[in-house]
Design a protein around this ligand. Structure first.
Ligand SMILES: Cc1cc2nc3c(=O)[nH]c(=O)nc-3n(C[C@H](O)[C@H](O)[C@H](O)COP(=O)(O)O)c2cc1C
Length: 196
């Protein structure tokens, strides 16, 4: 795995600072914070400007509580967060083109990255998770069956890494790990040997 340190000077500062941190404070966010995050996400590009993303900002304690209770054990750290954003979409809300080019989740991903970078700029932790209970979350948020619940983003102010498990504290304070660049980038033709 590559380490990130040598690139710190040359890449965009927010990209370098964004991390999927887990230490989160219980402190509330303001309405202005929520609006900034939503506006940033909504400025993402999308196929034909279809804007297929729908965000449910969950801050009401009873609803947050039910979603948190249903999280798998490994996502214990998310239970402190004052805000969870559910990202919801439907395939026919965005381009469906020949050759299996279906873009709604791709475009939602772009919007989520905007949200993550805006949160980073605001000094917040914003951490997407797939580890949640989709049935419970859909029921709590009243998401109709025809919509996909793609991810939750756990958001809050930075907390105390001492409250994390040893394993998570080590990840939290360590550098990011990535595959070597040559495993994921090729020039002029696709290098099938390195797929997966
Ligand atoms: C779709 C998606 C689902 C993820 N699910 C979880 C999760 O359930 N629990 C968790 O701790 N991290 C989760 N992560 C965070 C990744 O583990 C993290 O992005 C990856 O390790 C790279 O670290 P970095 O974001 O700090 O660069 C998820 C990230 C994405 C994009």
């Amino acid at each position: 795995m590559d380490r990130e340190s040598s690139q710190k000077e040359v890449l965009n500062e927010l990209i370098m600072r964004r991390r999927s941190k887990r230490a989160i404070s219980e402190e509330e966010l303001t309405e202005a914070d929520l609006e900034k995050l939503a506006r940033a996400a909504h400025l993402a590009p999308s196929c034909f400007n279809n804007q297929p993303w729908r965000f449910v900002l969950v801050e009401e304690s009873a609803k947050l509580g039910r979603i948190k209770e249903s999280l798998p054990g490994g996502n214990y750290w998310a239970k402190k967060a004052p805000l969870i954003v559910a990202v919801v979409s439907r395939q026919d809300m965005d381009c469906e083109l020949s050759g299996g080019r279906i873009y709604y989740k791709f475009d939602c991903g772009l919007a989520v990255e905007n949200l993550l970078l805006q949160a980073t700029e605001m000094g917040l932790v914003a951490h997407p998770i797939a580890g949640f209970n989709p049935e419970v979350t859909r029921e709590v948020l009243n998401i109709p069956a025809e919509f996909d619940l793609i991810t939750l983003v756990v958001i809050g102010k930075p907390g105390d890494p001492e409250e994390l498990s040893d394993k998570h504290r080590e990840v939290e304070l360590g550098e990011r790990k990535r595959l070597p660049l040559e495993d994921v980038v090729s020039k002029n033709e696709f290098d099938d040997l390195r797929a997966g």
